[in-house]
Write a protein that binds this ligand. Sequence first.
Ligand SMILES: [Mg+2]
Length: 153
Amino acid sequence: MTRVYVDMDQTLADYASAYRHAKEVHPDIPYPQSLPRLFEGLAPITGAIDGYRTLEEMGFDVWVLSAPSYMNPLCYTEKRLWIEKHLGLNTCKKLILSIDKSLLIGDYLIDDYDCGKGQENFRGQLIHFGTGAFPDWMAVITYFEEVVSSSLK
Ligand SMILES: [Mg+2]
């Protein structure tokens, strides 16, 4: 089964908007990512929830792979709560938190960063979300539709 890892921040969840908002509301706080409930309250990226489900329906073995903000212990819990809220309890079984994404074995990693948390050493193919060929989830799904149809030929 072809395994696909999906990043959370800025791939499934809109971290940038929440960070900007927190900076406006709390200009004195140096690290808004340490605010309680920041991660739990992130809005989904447009098309992300449907995109995740579509990958599952296409037959991929889909996992969430996120590098937690390790200075914020609440982040670990809030990511789990976010997954339950937006993708359901069953998907919580597919949540992996790892600072080093290269430790995970798989075929694809959909991530808005191509380095910094082990993405540069991931042994599958990186789908660099939000850039060039993959500006949004629609482009990602189109790409995986091609992967499926070429595997059927
Ligand atoms: Mg990210």
